[in-house]
Design a binder for this molecule. Sequence first.
Ligand code: HEC
Length: 149
Amino acid sequence: MLYSVEYQIIQKNYKMKNIQKLIILVIVTFLGFAIISCQEKKEKKNNTEVNIDDLENDFSSGKLIYEQQCMVCHQKDGNGNVVFPSLLNAKLLKDKEATVKQIKFGFENMPPFPDLSNQQIADLINYISNSWGNSFGKISAKEVENALK
Ligand code: HEC
């Protein structure tokens, strides 16, 4: 009888300890996940921040295309000459869709550039829209695609 009571107490203690262990394990696991997901979020945030910065300051791809395809007429500083119009504060640039179409299909004495990809056209427009004092905002490759539909 005495033995059985003792045994029960010991067993109860043992169970309690097990439950305590289990609770601690659950808490530790939960905290672990919480910390990991916090860090992932932080990393993600940092990544997007870096990407947006790159996008805002990097017009090098558009600049290169401009120098290869457009500079011969519109000149290095975008100022044009007696024959070809200046792109400084150019009216067309206010209308992104019309600009996309003019580059892709040409207009009057300006030749078409059918081989440029949507991304190249976007890069190009972003460069000329934000150079030489121009400030006409930006366009994405997806918006170029839509303009050409
Ligand atoms: C062979 C010469 C030539 C080349 C190369 C050329 N353009 Fe043009 N561009 C013109 C002429 C001419 C016009 C005026 C067209 C018109 O409205 O009659 C013009 C007009 C423009 C305008 C409108 C200017 C305004 O006053 O609103 C933009 C923007 C423009 N070009 C961008 C480009 C871009 C970007 C490229 C390179 C992909 C390019 N052009 C290549 C000759 C050229």
